[in-house]
Ligand binder design. Structure first.
Ligand SMILES: Cc1ncc(COP(=O)(O)O)c(C=O)c1O
Length: 413
């Protein structure tokens, strides 16, 4: 190991806890040489055995224009128009001129932090929520604090907690809708309250809606971020819309009062021009790729729906089974609560059976060769007994994984 006295070159932003624990090494070992392990956390759609129109996708990437470099910081117009059309199909008026293409949602966050924050400024992120925000804030030298989503009210924003976290340094409040992993979607009432607060406290709202096409009940009322008098940035991309994360194309839509918006776009253009990170072939392919949206999303949606049914029947079935060798014991078995998401690719299970979440997950992996996320990874309070699993798994994989999890939970402790 190189000592700091020899090479005192590294930034202090790397001083965070490494994820290389016993569980990490076991997973690494299973990935290398264990066929019979089950990964209930798998959320990479390209590894979930979906059927992609592979030839057509690859063909659309081979347009002759892909060999030329003619950079446009906002992204090629035909690609932005495709994105705008996607919104029009959803009944929303988000114009190509207000869109900036980027390579990923994480990059979108990073651009927005550069646009709005100085080092030491603060972001507010939802909890429970997507762990990546913490890393993005570290990479961009800003601080973050979490605001609570309320379990008792279907994970709606706890506004008194949010308000109490706002300081003079707060520049951005992030919202994820549907949220990862709780699945709640931002209601129009919450949206109005948030906008009023943003106006009063002068922060921008960033809405990550990468899972918005995966909402269980299509009649749920949706928000419209397109014409707002407070700064709102909407982030989305094809990693979830088309289940193609490897293609690296996402976008930021800018909404806000007219004068502010034009200044904002000028600055965002400087940031985008500094990196010019989106490849030309994928931008040219976008209009064709979007034609596969319904076909790809249909498969994912069917998976999710079936998986939700499987979870329900397995967990309910558990109550009818006795703990091995102990007659009548199921009566004393702590309940497992399934919390059906409003949308997204994740499900959460809660039980007193796994109040020591990390230890439970490690033992489950050792004894049953099943990997599941422990809740605290997503900001659930330690000891509250939450586990998180992916809903885009093949149905029989999820079924077998749950079987093993229930078998293990029955004999744990
Ligand atoms: C809430 C949320 N936003 C964004 C992403 C990733 O998007 P991208 O691949 O565009 O960075 C994920 C990935 O799981 C996510 O959960």
């Amino acid at each position: 190991m190189i000592g700091p006295e020899e090479f005192p070159l590294f930034s202090q932003r790397f001083e965070f806890h490494s994820g290389e624990n016993e569980l990490y090494f076991l997973v690494k070992q299973y990935k290398e040489k264990e066929e019979n392990w089950i990964d209930l956390t798998l959320s990479n759609p390209t590894k979930a055995r979906l059927v992609y129109p592979s030839e057509a996708i690859l063909h659309s990437l081979s347009k002759p224009g892909g060999i030329e470099y003619d950079p446009n910081p906002k992204g090629i117009l035909s690609a932005r128009e495709t994105v705008s059309l996607y919104y029009r199909e959803r009944g929303l008026d988000l114009l190509a001129e207000d869109l900036f293409l980027v390579s990923s949602s994480s990059e979108a966050y990073s651009y927005l932090i550069k646009l709005l924050c100085d080092p030491g400024d603060q972001l507010l992120i939802p909890s429970p929520g997507y762990p990546l925000f913490e890393f993005v804030s570290m990479m961009d030298s800003v601080d973050f604090d979490s605001y609570q989503l309320e379990e008792g009210s279907d994970w709606k924003i706890n506004f008194s907690d949010l308000e109490s976290k706002i300081t003079s340094k707060t520049k951005i409040v992030f919202v994820v809708s549907p949220n990862n992993p709780t699945g709640n979607i931002l209601s129009p009432e919450e949206f109005e309250k948030l906008k009023a607060l943003a106006k009063k406290k002068k922060f921008a709202i960033v809405i990550d809606e990468v899972f918005i096409d995966y909402v269980e009940d299509p009649s749920l009322p949706r928000i419209d971020p397109s014409h707002s008098d407070v700064p709102i940035f909407t982030v989305n991309g094809i990693s979830k819309i088309l289940a193609l994360p490897q293609m690296k194309l996402s976008w930021i839509h800018v909404s806000g009062q007219a004068d502010w918006k034009s200044e904002c776009k000028e600055r965002l253009e400087i940031i985008a021009d500094t990196y010019l990170s989106v490849g030309t072939p994928i931008q040219l392919a976008l209009p064709e790729l979007f034609q596969w949206r319904k076909m790809i999303q249909g498969q994912v949606q069917r998976r999710i729906q079936r998986n939700l049914q499987i979870i329900e029947s397995q967990i309910n079935g558990m109550r009818e089974t006795e703990v091995a060798g102990v007659p009548g014991s199921q009566k004393d078995l702590p309940k497992i609560r399934i919390q059906n998401p409003q949308g997204g690719w994740y499900s959460i299970l809660r039980s007193d059976l796994w109040k020591e979440e990390e230890e439970f997950c490690l033992q489950l992996l050792k004894e049953e060769k099943v990997l599941i996320h422990s809740g605290p990874m997503f900001g659930f309070t330690e000891g509250s007994g939450f586990l998180v699993l992916s809903l885009i798994l093949e149905n029989d994989v999820l079924e077998e994984g749950l079987n093993r999890l229930i078998r293990f939970a029955n004999r744990y402790k």
